[in-house]
Design a protein around this ligand. Structure first.
Ligand code: ADP
Ligand code: MG
Ligand code: ZN
Length: 514
């Protein structure tokens, strides 16, 4: 028999087996007991804390032959079919691949029918924040006049992306992160049933690294078991999770500082060969960069999450960047965190993220250049287009727009379906929806060409996400290259500023310090 991932094998099948979510469980059980079943629930919380699990148990509790009951019997045909995911009346929908308005219209039609066999027709909509505005509007119509026997269960890691009109029509259930002690107890219990001997400290490291997520903790446990077999020590865990690998991250940081793409790819290749988990690697890199920021910002060293012997390495690595550069790199890496987490091709996603970070030019001189400009040059009435401001500390380069959430959903979809194109897309200088056109502006022709080449595929995805045909309009906008020569100025001619404009796609607007 093939190895079944622990997270799947140990998915709770009844409420009593769910850990850490007492409030949610009690709320649901009280509702069932009091026959006050809502027609729409929204499970919100970070990944791996029991959203899908709770929704499935609730579906069973509501539809169980012996139900509605506060605990499903897990024996009847309905319970078994829901567990297996083959019950005709309980449909699970992954909004990440089902975002379009047509899908929801079709869903709306099916809600008009009586359930085929069960008490309720249940729709579990996972990753609900990925639905398009059009899809939400179609859903809203159903939620306003909910058909009898229909129960919606939405699950999302990003409740802030769910429209407020929806939020007000659902019962919200906030799942919390699982505490360290609860995770330790869970890992210990599962190790015991698997006949695995694990050190106390080994379990503790795994639980810590799970960061409140049962799923993440269990996949780490999977990896450690694959490496060390039946008996697990803290050293095994450290080896597999690369805990003592501070030099590796210092190297990567150095390559980012030097803009050395080749070296970055080589280092990641090494990591792949030693079987490193790229999601973890990325998270570790983020915390390493955080440490660099703390060191560069002269924070109290007790705030650093590192062993004392690692401090010199961190100080050395921090010296390669200015504070602004570190902020910039940290911002970039953070922006891609979710992409890396969700990506199917995690290695590729990490590669793209790091190459993007390394593409940024040396910024140290920019502030100085901006600060030292003669007054005459600060006027903003030059004919050069005036768009984005150079915002050193701003984490986003694209102004928020009303349709930003939709566009984000589009980009996420592309990143999932076509990771490489998704990476290029994420580098767009601006993305704007204008009627049935999606305007994408790029500051370099290479990226623009890549996107143009994939236009057809992109338009297809766009149509699904936006719920209507959308044509992709690729534009090249490189003010550094197109600025008229006569308008030269010490600031505009500064190679650092030009590089900055080229890579960040920023225009020179006003150089006063705000
Ligand atoms: N609260 C929990 N109690 C016990 N196991 C959990 C809990 N949350 C998650 N798990 C474990 O993690 C796996 C994934 O959980 P899931 O409910 O799909 O997470 P999500 O919140 O991302 O929907 C489950 O199969 C189970 O093994
Ligand atoms: Mg889930
Ligand atoms: Zn049952």
């Amino acid at each position: 028999m093939s190895y079944q991932a622990l997270a799947r094998k140990y998915r709770p099948q009844s409420f009593s087996d769910v850990i850490g979510q007492d409030t949610v469980v009690r709320t649901l059980q009280n509702a069932i007991e009091g026959k006050r079943i809502h027609h729409a629930y929204l499970f919100a919380g970070v990944r791996g804390v029991g959203k899908t699990t709770a929704a499935r148990i609730l579906a069973k509790a509501l539809n169980c032959i012996k139900g509605p009951t506060t605990e499903p019997c897990n024996e009847c045909v309905i319970c078994s079919e829901i567990t297996e995911g083959i019950d005709m009346d309980v449909r699970e929908i992954d909004a990440a691949t089902y975002t379009g308005v047509d899908n929801i219209r079709e869903l709306r039609d099916t809600t008009q029918f009586q359930p085929a066999r069960d008490r309720n027709r249940i729709f579990i909509i996972d990753e609900a924040h990925m639905l398009s505005t059009g899809a939400w509007n179609a859903l809203l119509k159903i939620l306003e006049e909910p058909p009898a026997h229909v129960v919606f269960m939405f699950a999302t890691t990003e409740i802030n992306k769910v429209p407020s009109t929806i939020i007000s029509r659902v019962q919200k259930l906030m799942l919390r992160k699982i505490t360290l002690d609860e995770l330790i107890a869970r890992i210990r219990k599962i190790s015991a049933s698997e006949g695995i001997e694990a050190d106390k400290s080994a379990i503790e490291i795994i639980a810590r690294r799970g960061e409140g997520s049962v799923r993440d903790s269990l996949s780490l446990l999977d990896q450690v078991i694959a490496f060390s077999g039946r008996s697990i020590s803290a050293t095994d865990v450290a080896t597999v999770l690369g805990l003592s690998d501070i030099n590796f991250f210092a190297r990567i940081a150095g390559y980012i500082a030097d803009g050395d793409h080749g070296a970055i790819l080589e280092a990641l290749d090494e990591a792949a060969e030693t079987g490193r988990d790229f999601k973890m690697l990325y998270r570790d890199l983020l915390s390493f960069v955080r440490n660099l920021l703390l060191v560069a910002g002269n924070a109290n060293e007790s705030m650093l999450a590192v062993a004392p012997e690692d401090l010199p390495t961190i100080r050395e690595a921090a010296k390669k960047f200015s504070y602004s550069e570190l902020l910039r790199v940290a911002n970039l890496l953070l922006r891609d965190d979710e992409t890396v987490n969700r990506a199917e091709h995690q290695r590729l996603a990490v590669e793209i993220a790091l190459l993007k970070a390394a593409t940024f030019p040396r910024l140290r001189a920019v502030e100085e250049a901006l600060a030292g400009t003669p007054k005459a040059e600060r006027r903003s009435d030059s004919p050069v287009r005036q768009t984005a401001k150079v915002g050193l500390e701003s984490p986003t380069y694209v102004k928020p727009e009303p349709t930003a959430a939709d566009i984000d959903a589009f980009i996420e979809r592309v990143q999932k379906a076509r990771p490489l194109i998704g990476g290029y897309l994420a580098a767009a200088k601006s993305r704007r929806r204008d009627g049935n056109r999606l305007l994408l502006t790029f500051s370099d022709s290479f990226t623009a060409e890549q996107i143009s080449g994939a236009k057809q595929a992109l338009e297809q995805i766009a149509a699904e996400v936006f719920g209507e045909p959308v044509s992709i309009d690729v534009q090249l906008d490189n003010p550094a290259a197109s600025a008229p020569a006569s308008k030269s100025s010490p600031l505009r001619d500064d190679p650092v500023v030009q590089a900055f404009q080229k890579h960040l796609g920023a225009d020179l607007v006003d150089s006063r310090k705000r």
